[in-house]
Design a binder for this molecule. Structure first.
Ligand code: ADP
Ligand code: TYD
Length: 204
């Protein structure tokens, strides 16, 4: 049986990465013998994708170059990691996927959605996550969590207005595809969020 594909989204500092290793363990404990959980991330997830990630997170570039490289890394990721894993019956948990491109390059930077939809159709050929968990927090909460936590990369150094547009685009997409998305109120404690993730897991 084909595995399930779960993606984690949210503005930087929402707290999504905090929950992925924990959720991966919970899911692994429930899978049939032989199936496993593959935890991965975007941009990245393959040797070439991780090289592209370094460029994307640290080099200035034209907005369209940025969007194209996100999808180039994704093409490799799907071919090398995501599709083979799902076909084997493994579950794939990805720290970000295409919703991030719509939110950051589309919402944040203003690239027309129609351009991104062309690339999405090309690169994904119908592949969509079975579930997308959107970790949602106000900008202030995300900024407080990031302050001191790590050195900001190119995206994390963006303006408040950029993150406001990014968050709005995530929420717009979540409301547009309610069957795929679950919006997680990530302002709560880690324990409270885990309890909700546990409930969501039980429905899969
Ligand atoms: P993201 O992956 O969404 O950018 P992280 O998971 O790296 O965010 O979390 C950013 C920071 O916030 C980390 O220092 C983490 O320990 C902290 N954090 C994550 N979730 C919570 C929470 N629910 N309450 C308080 N702090 C949190
Ligand atoms: P992330 O792995 O969440 O960063 P970190 O490990 O620092 O938490 O994401 C890296 C950055 O890339 C993040 O700021 C969002 C950005 N990004 C895009 O702008 N577009 C995309 O398509 C993806 C996948 C990520």
């Amino acid at each position: 049986m084909r595995g399930k594909f779960i993606t984690f989204e949210g503005i930087d500092g929402a707290g999504k990465s905090t929950h992925i290793p924990w959720l991966a363990e919970r899911i692994a404990a429930r899978l049939p013998a032989g199936a496993k959980v593959v935890s991965t991330r975007e941009p990245g997830g393959t040797p070439l994708g991780e090289d592209l990630r370094q460029l994307l997170l640290h080099r200035k570039m034209h907005l369209e170059t940025e969007a194209l490289l996100m999808f180039a890394a994704r093409r490799e990721h799907i071919a090398e990691v995501i599709e083979p894993a799902l076909a084997r019956g493994d579950w794939v948990l990805s720290d970000r996927f295409t919703d991030a491109t719509f939110a950051y390059q589309g919402g944040g930077r203003g690239l027309p959605t129609a351009r991104l939809e062309v690339l999405e159709a090309w690169v994904q050929a119908g592949l969509q996550p079975d579930l997308t968990l959107l970790f949602d927090v106000p900008l202030e909460t995300a900024a407080e969590r990031l302050a001191g936590a790590r050195e900001p990369d190119k995206f994390e150094a963006e303006s408040r207005a950029f993150f406001a547009r990014t968050r709005d685009e995530y929420l717009r997409r979540a409301h547009q595809s309610p069957a795929r998305f679950r919006i997680v109120d990530a302002t709560r404690s880690i324990e409270a969020i885990r309890a909700e993730l546990e409930q969501i897991l039980a429905t899969l």
